[in-house]
Every structure is written in structure tokens, then in C-alpha cells.
Ligand binder design. Structure first.
Ligand code: 3HC
Length: 706
């Protein structure tokens, strides 16, 4: 064959092993190798059947995603379809033996086999929509023939994998093999050898009558429009499956190929592929080698049982790590534990967890009123009220009670980690772990590197984030770190726009239409307007005199309008926290603006988006240049996972690249002229725009230089 595919024999059964670590992606040469192996077994009279199996940890995780970028920038177009037809047409039965994952092209390869057997822990799926594409090698045509139209639509449009057990129940897997997969697959192959080999593409019994399937497609389109708002690929996947129910197999494949190509060349797909690699890139820290020793974290303590502390305790418990949860007294602890129980109960109600799982998690959380048991834990996460004096006191206490080597982490969202570390005798053990609210739900974890944080502590926290089901991004220690530092200018512009005459709902709608999960003003109401108000009061002395500052939100707070918690903020809320526009706010802001001499004007949705999104980009560029984010992609991953930025736009920095940095820079210059100093273009944005470069190219240069 070639070095990616091996063939061996177990008497009359040929074993074709795919060997392309780490995930056996179908890169160049691999499909050709499989084809040569199939030809060889068909020419060998001693072989009665074949097993195809993945070497290493998995079957085949799909097409090689790196190849897509080459294809869209003029490289050769490769299709797996002809190979899959040749496998399906093999005169001798081919049994696909699946462990790990059979994803995308991997599942398409498996479905071209005559039979599929799997380890019970395997997973199969068509996750292409997560990359902004659809299955491109007959997946939308063969899958409905094996699992029925409804399930095929769900899998192709939703992208979620199913377990081997479910696949077996659906008819996608013919047998589950406990124990040795290869031995079981060879035995299975022997059972089916000599019998007529069923071709998936020739099966039609599960395709169903058109009258029934029409309703499935309509419901799927509605669901995709709601749950995957703005994404084009799910709708294309539904179209492709539908084509498969109406057209002969070959024509269905042609329809699929056309839709696949349209998706592949779209900006959405380029953005989502950037996100796929970006999520893996952020784990790589240039000055921290992979082999850095990790500190075992088998038990933790959380200080503060409020909303954040309780949520963080749940995160650790969910990962099976025992947690001590400390607060000042029993009353506070009771409140904290009650909230945790309520949160878990609602997860059970929504079907996210079983009661048995929750009972086990609750046993892992031990409320404690003092530091007595802290001497044995491996890590402490402080989540007390956001004030420097209190945090310093807590860290001085931790320094006294924790064992040497324990990690001391702060969940601060704004405060200086170095100053906090300074209150201990071991600043190398101190780090920021900034969870996002609700901590047990949000995927982002900003890991804040202090000047003296040790490499072991950083590497451990990065690794731990994975175990906790989070995506950890390392950031530097500046005010607001990366996410909140950028969020400041974004929300500032949203307020300015209202003060200049835009309606509250118009500002939020423009950004929701852009793809943000929520508008900036509604987000403020949800988080509590008083939070920012208090912080602004604390930092007022840092504001440069003579520079315009937004005032509307502070004035709303002065009137007791803190947002959802007071049922009044930018919006008015009913007892179920459903928002409606509040004419009182409009009238108030109009009056305040008139008093301040701010001219009122009509503001377009396009201007709203440019002002808010380019405020993010400009601040992001500054952060990047100052080194508080390692790469532009790190900023993107932060925004996608912590701030509801639409993944199909790739994050703020990727979005700016897509628009074109010259255009973005030009717009920032216009805003600078109109609105003054706050819009001073970031030098990096200016440089890249003038050099005709992108943030992605800047990242590549950084990686090459490291
Ligand atoms: N192509 C290229 N590289 C891939 C890849 C793929 N399909 N899948 C994974 N990799 C790379 C990752 O980038 C990573 O590289 P790195 O070590 O240099 O960062 C390495 O393989 C290991 O990946 P993970 O860190 O993600 O390993 P895990 O063990 O955590 O997860 C996995 C393994 C579940 C297979 C996960 O990697 C995954 O979900 N991969 C993508 C699967 C997918 O989307 N397949 C569909 C591809 S599109 C397609 O097939 C189109 C077809 O219809 C024509």
C-alpha cells in the first residue's frame, strides 16, 4: 500500500489498518492507500472478507481539515466519493471496525463498508456543520438509508455525535464488540464471508414516503433557524438530505457536492475552521514546554460561596474533584449550598443530569466555616467580593494555612494579580482563574499570568481547564484582563449610541442581528448595571479629564435601576424577567443628553455594529501589541466562549480580517475624527492595515518568532 495504510492477513480475512496519527484524518495518500488495499483483496483468491480498522487511538476522525484551506485558496479539489463507491462495489464484504471516533469523512468511509462493528465506547457522527460545511462524501445520502430521515437530519444538521450503543440501536452499527475489537471484527467478517454484501446506497427502506418526510424537513429548518441562528451549513445539510429522499443516489450525491462546495468557500466555513484550530492553538504557550511538570490537583477549596464561588465548586464537583466550600459563617454557607442544590435541581429538570449524578456531585462539596481543613488541598480558588483589601486579607490567610506547593488562585475579574500575590510569601504559586458567570455553564476560563506565576502553576491550570470542561486561555495581568478590558469600550459605545439618539432596542437588535447572543444593553441588565457602576466609581480617579464618558448607565443606577434584579434597568421586566422597552428610559436619556448638549440624530444599524464591534477590535489590537494576549486567535476564542460572539464570524479579530483591516482602520479613523481620543487607532491596527496584512498573519509571525 503506502505508509498510511497497511494490509495483513488473519487466515482468510484481510486486515486493512489505517495509520495516520494522531486521528487518522483522511489526508492526501490515505484514500489512495485504502483503495489499493481493496483492489488487492479483491484480486487475492485466498481472502474471503476484509476488516478496515484504525491504528492508534481512533478509527478515522474525518477529512484532513488542513486541506480545506488549500482547496479554497486554489489547491487541487479532492473528493472521496469515487473511493467510497469502489469500496461499496467490492465483491468481498468489507467490515468497518470502529473505536474512538468515526467522524465526518470517517463515518462516510464506514458507511461505504458493507457492515460496521464498534467498541461500545466509540462515537460516530457528522460534525461538519461545526466547521461551516456539510458532509461531502455521501454522508447526507447514505446516513438516511441506514438510520432513517429524521435521525439523519438531526445528525447532519445538528452535528452532535451519537454513541456506538445508540448507533447500534439505530441500525448504523451492526454489532457492538466488547473486548478485543479486531478479534471480534475478524470473527464477524468470517460470519458474513461468502454471503451477498449489502450496499448502503442500494437500500431505500428507511427513506420513507415524501408526505411524511416533508414535515421532518420543515421542523428541522425551524429548529435550525432558532438553535443555530445565522448559520448557513445546517440549512444546507437539511437541503442535501432532502435531495437524497427525492433523487436517485448519484444525483443526490451531486446535489450534496454542490452544497458542500458552496459552504466550503463561504466566510462562515473559513471562520469556523479558524475556530477549530484556534481552540487547540490556545493551549500552546510558547515559553512553557509540553513536558513541564504538572501539579496533581486531587482536591480543592473555594473561598466564598456566592454566585461565583458556588458555581466554581460545582465545576470541580462535576469533574469528580472533591471541594471544600468556605464562607464566613453557617448562614452564608447555607445560602450558598441552597443555591447549588437549586442549580442542580434545575439541571435534573432540564434533563442535563440524572438525580443519581447530582447526588454524587453534592457529596463532593463540603461546606466549611473556617480554614482548618485547607492544609491538605492542592489548590484554592478565591471567589470573595471584588475588593483589593479583602482579597489581600484572604491570600495572606491562605499563605498561612495552605501547604507549600498548593496553587493559590483568584477568581478576580479586574484586580491586579501581582498585588494580590504580594500579600503572600509565595507569589510563584499565585495565579488568576477568571471563570465566567454562570461558572458551571460558561466554557471560558481566563488564566491570568502574574509576573511571578511559575510555569508549573500555569501549565497545571491550562491542563486543568480541559478536565473541567473549560477552554483555558492564558492572558496577561492588565485591568479587566483581555475579555473585560475589551468589553469596556464595546459597552461604552453602546451607551454613547443611546445618548446620541439610538433607541435602546435598536442598539441591541443591530448586534443580535450581527450574531451576538445578546445585545450589550440587555447583557448589562442581566449582569447587573450596579457592578460596572461600582467599578467605575472606584476607578474614576484614573479617567482622563475632558474625555467624554458615558453617563446614562450611572444615572440609571442612581435611580435604583440596576437591571433584571430590580426589574428595571435599560428595559422594564415582568415577574418572569421578560423584557419590554421602557419609554421612561428613552425620555430620561433624551433629557440627560439635551442637558449635556449631545445632538440627537438618526443612527443606522450598520453604524451601531461598526461602532461597537470596531471598539472591540481596536482595543483587542492594543492588547495584542502590549502582549496581554499571546495571539489574535486567543482573543477570538475568549470572545466566542465568554461573550456570545458568533462563532461563524470567527471572533472579533478574525472578523476584522474578513472585513479587511484597511477598511476597519479607515472606519476607526473616521470615528477618531468624530468622537475624539477614545477612538485613537491602535498602532498595531494601523501598521497591519498599512502593510496590507491581517491579524492571522501577525499570529503566524509571532509563532515563527517564538
Ligand atoms: N483534520 C486535521 N487535523 C485534525 C483533525 C482533522 N479532521 N482532527 C483532529 N486534528 C488534529 C488537531 O488539530 C490536533 O492537532 P494538534 O495536536 O497539532 O493541535 C490533533 O489532531 C489532536 O486533536 P484533538 O486535540 O482535538 O484531540 P482529541 O483527542 O481531544 O479529539 C477528535 C479527537 C474527537 C477526533 C477531535 O479532534 C475532533 O473532533 N476532530 C474533528 C472531527 C471532524 O470535525 N471531522 C469532520 C471533518 S470534515 C469532513 O470529514 C468532511 C467530509 O464530509 C468530506
Amino acid at each position: 500500500m503506502n505508509n498510511l495504510v497497511r494490509i495483513s492477513k488473519d487466515n482468510d480475512v484481510a486486515v486493512i489498518t489505517i495509520d495516520n496519527p494522531p486521528v487518522n484524518a483522511l489526508g492526501p495518500g490515505l484514500p489512495e492507500g485504502v483503495l489499493a488495499a481493496i483492489d488487492e483483496i479483491n484480486g487475492d483468491p485466498a481472502v474471503k472478507a476484509a476488516v478496515v480498522i484504525g491504528g492508534g487511538r481512533t478509527f478515522v476522525a474525518g477529512a484532513d481539515i488542513k486541506e480545506f484551506g488549500k482547496m479554497t485558496s486554489g489547491g487541487p479539489r479532492r473528493s472521496l466519493l469515487p473511493l467510497l463507491l469502489r469500496i461499496e462495489d467490492s465483491g468481498k464484504p468489507v467490515v468497518m471496525a470502529i473505536h474512538g471516533s468515526a467522524f465526518g469523512g470517517g463515518l462516510e468511509l464506514a458507511m461505504a463498508g458493507h457492515y460496521r462493528v464498534a467498541s461500545p465506547t466509540a462515537q460516530v457522527g457528522q460534525p461538519e456543520v461545526n466547521l461551516g460545511i456539510i458532509p461531502g462524501a455521501g454522508g447526507t445520502q447514505r446516513l438516511p438509508r441506514l438510520v432513517g430521515v429524521a435521525k439523519a437530519v438531526e445528525m447532519c444538521a445538528g452535528g452532535k455525535p451519537v454513541s456506538a450503543r445508540e448507533a447500534a440501536a439505530l441500525g448504523l452499527v451492526d454489532r457492538l464488540i466488547e473486548g478485543d475489537l479486531l478479534a471480534g471484527a475478524v470473527a464477524f467478517a468470517r460470519e458474513v464471508a461468502g454471503k451477498p454484501a449489502p450496499k448502503t446506497r442500494a437500500r431505500a427502506e428507511k427513506l420513507g414516503p415524501a408526505a411524511e418526510t416533508a414535515a421532518i424537513f420543515a421542523a428541522a429548518r425551524d429548529a435550525a433557524a432558532k438553535k443555530q441562528r445565522g448559520l448557513k451549513a445546517p440549512l444546507a445539510a437539511i437541503d442535501a438530505v432532502e435531495a437524497g429522499t427525492k433523487l436517485p443516489f448519484e444525483e443526490g450525491c451531486q446535489a450534496e457536492a454542490k452544497l458542500f462546495t458552496e459552504c466550503l468557500f463561504s466566510d462562515q466555513s473559513k471562520a469556523l475552521i479558524h475556530v477549530f484550530f484556534g481552540e487547540r492553538e490556545v493551549a500552546k504557550i510558547p515559553d512553557i514546554p509540553k513536558e513541564t511538570a504538572l501539579i496533581p490537583v486531587n482536591s480543592v477549596a473555594v473561598v466564598g460561596s456566592g454566585t461565583m464561588g458556588g458555581g466554581i465548586a460545582m465545576v470541580f464537583a462535576n469533574a469528580g474533584i472533591p471541594v471544600l466550600l468556605k464562607d464566613v459563617d453557617e448562614a452564608a454557607l447555607n445560602l450558598g449550598m441552597e443555591k447549588i442544590r437549586k442549580n442542580y435541581a434545575s439541571s435534573v429538570q432540564r434533563g442535563r443530569f440524572t438525580q443519581a449524578f447530582v447526588d454524587e456531585r453534592l457529596k463532593l462539596i463540603t461546606p466549611v466555616p473556617d480554614y482548618d481543613a485547607f492544609s491538605v488541598v492542592d489548590m484554592v480558588i478565591e471567589a470573595v467580593f471584588e475588593g483589593m483589601a479583602l482579597k489581600k486579607k484572604v491570600f495572606a490567610d491562605l499563605d498561612r494555612v495552605c501547604r507549600p506547593g498548593a496553587i493559590l488562585a483568584s477568581n478576580t475579574s479586574t484586580l491586579d494579580i501581582d498585588e494580590i500575590a504580594g500579600s503572600t510569601s509565595r507569589p510563584e504559586a499565585v495565579i488568576g482563574t477568571h471563570f465566567f458567570s454562570p461558572a458551571n455553564v460558561m466554557r471560558l476560563l481566563e488564566i491570568v499570568r502574574g509576573k511571578k506565576s511559575s510555569k508549573e502553576v500555569i501549565a497545571t491550570c491550562m491542563q486543568l481547564s480541559k478536565k473541567l470542561g473549560k477552554i483555558g486561555v492564558l492572558v496577561g495581568n492588565c485591568r479587566g484582563f483581555v475579555g473585560n478590558r475589551m468589553f469596556g469600550p464595546y459597552r461604552r459605545e453602546a451607551q454613547f449610541l443611546v445618548e446620541e439618539g439610538a433607541e435602546v432596542e435598536a442598539v441591541d437588535k443591530a448586534l443580535v442581528d450581527f450574531g451576538m447572543a445578546m445585545g450589550p444593553l440587555a447583557t448589562g441588565d442581566l449582569a447587573g448595571l450596579d457592578v460596572g457602576w461600582r467599578i467605575r466609581k472606584e476607578y474614576r480617579h484614573l479617567e482622563k479629564p475632558g474625555i467624554r464618558q458615558p453617563f446614562a448607565e450611572d444615572r440609571l443606577c442612581e435611580l435604583g435601576r440596576y437591571g433584571q434584579k430590580t426589574l428595571k434597568g435599560w428595559y422594564r421586566y415582568d415577574e418572569n424577567r421578560r423584557a419590554s422597552a421602557d419609554p421612561e428610559v428613552t425620555a430620561l436619556v433624551q433629557k440627560w443628553s439635551a442637558d449635556s448638549g449631545i445632538p440627537q440624530r438618526l443612527i443606522s444599524a450598520a453604524e451601531i455594529v461598526d461602532r461597537c464591534i470596531y471598539a472591540l477590535v481596536n482595543e483587542g489590537a492594543r492588547i495584542l501589541e502590549e502582549g496581554y494576549a499571546l495571539r489574535a486567535v486567543d482573543i477570538d476564542i475568549i470572545y466566542l466562549n465568554g461573550y456570545g460572539f458568533p462563532a461563524y464570524r470567527g471572533g472579533p479579530m478574525w472578523h476584522a480580517d474578513t472585513v479587511g483591516l484597511q477598511k476597519v482602520y479607515q472606519r476607526v479613523c473616521e470615528f477618531h475624527k468624530q468622537h475624539g481620543e477614545l477612538w485613537e487607532p491602535a498602532p498595531l491596527l494601523q501598521r497591519l492595515a498599512e502593510e496590507g496584512k491581517t491579524f492571522a498573519e501577525f499570529d503566524k509571525e509571532q509563532v515563527a518568532a517564538a
